[in-house]
Ligand binder design. Structure first.
Ligand code: NAP
Length: 307
């Protein structure tokens, strides 16, 4: 595994993390605690120390699985846990709740679910600019940083071209941006990454496998179960993306290199990108994804490399 410093934070993150939206049950499969334990044990074994979760992945369910695991293993200090705010767990429709007092309640729920007294990276969860521009919210969060409940603030931008929120990061003391970035969608290279580099922000590249399509295992026309979030994707767009994946597989992926590994390493070569957080459903996927760190594309002289 390789490690990089996440922007101006004190966090030394593994370049490959684990995204845990999947643990909430929206990806065609409900997880048991034993299955989550096996995934996280494998992650630790291969040197991964970064977990990305959120309040609304199964209404704190993903956080609860992680908290249960970390508490039983007594390994809180070994993990960098990133979670998010903006949606209420009390509300089964997962609607947005951005008022300062509502987020304060969500923070306590996340701390309880994660069985911890601090969150390493607390991220604004892809809300619109109208709720982002709220001094009361950031003042409240700054107090939680002072109180030690939050180590660092971050922004998970919804549109991957959201320069408004990215450019305001340093002003509200956010030190990392989470953004969709992968071989099929390079939009952040235009405006978001230059702003991140200028402000020395850490970057978590999310959806780095384009929802699994860049693993190369799906063919145009692939059908997903009704309880898999990908069944909601536009069918024509998905088919054209999968045709593009076939072409990339033929023309860009070196022979004998696993396409998922290659796709993650491809993200990691950009100087703005600190780490990738592929969503994982099995220990085998974790193991494959971790190998991306060893591919030649992932240079040792990246600006954020930890020697
Ligand atoms: N707004 C936000 O803040 C936001 C939004 C989206 C995601 N996220 C975060 O980003 C993380 C990653 O994004 P994502 O999960 O949406 O998309 P992703 O990482 O691009 O794709 C995840 C899917 O890829 C497949 N996969 C993973 N590793 C594989 C491997 N080695 N070989 C083959 N297939 C593999 C798995 O699905 P199958 O096995 O079923 O194909 C998995 O469910 C999420 O888990 C979440 O933590 C945040």
């Amino acid at each position: 595994m390789k490690y990089r410093t996440l922007g101006k934070t004190e966090l030394k993150v593994s370049v490959v993390g684990v995204g845990t939206w999947q643990f909430g049950g929206a990806w065609g499969k409900d997880f048991t605690q034993d299955e989550v334990d096996a995934i996280l044990d494998k992650a630790q074994e291969v040197g991964i120390n970064l977990l990305d979760t959120a309040e609304c992945y199964g209404h704190h369910l993903s956080e609860n699985f992680i908290g249960n695991y970390v508490e039983r293993r007594g390994s809180r200090d070994k993990w960098i846990i990133a979670t998010k705010f903006g949606h209420s767990a009390l509300d089964k429709n997962n609607s947005s709740h951005w008022a300062a007092d509502e987020v304060r309640t969500q923070l306590e729920e996340s701390l309880k679910s994660l069985r911890t007294d601090y969150i390493d990276l607390y991220q604004f969860h892809s809300g619109p600019d109208s709720v982002f521009d709220n001094d009361e919210l950031w003042t409240m969060l700054d107090k939680q940083v002072q109180a030690g409940k939050i180590r660092n603030l971050g922004i998970s931008i919804g549109s991957n071209d959201n320069l408004h929120q990215t450019a305001a990061a340093s002003k509200i003391n956010a030190k990392a941006i989470q953004v969709v970035y992968n071989r099929l969608d390079t939009t952040p290279e235009n405006r978001v990454f230059p702003s991140c580099i200028e402000q020395d922000l850490g970057v978590l590249a999310r959806v780095p496998l384009a929802s699994g399509y860049l693993s190369g295992k799906y063919k145009p026309g692939a059908v997903f179960a009704a309880n898999d979030v990908r069944s909601n994707h536009d069918k024509e767009l998905t088919a054209s993306r999968l045709r593009r994946v076939e072409e990339i597989s033929r023309t860009e992926v070196p022979a004998n290199v696993n396409m998922a590994e290659w796709a993650l390493a491809w993200c990691l070569k950009h100087p703005a990108v600190t780490c990738v957080i592929p969503g994982c459903k099995s220990p085998e996927q974790v193991e494959t994804n971790a190998r991306a760190a060893s591919l030649d594309l992932v240079a040792d002289n990246h600006p954020q490399s930890v020697s």
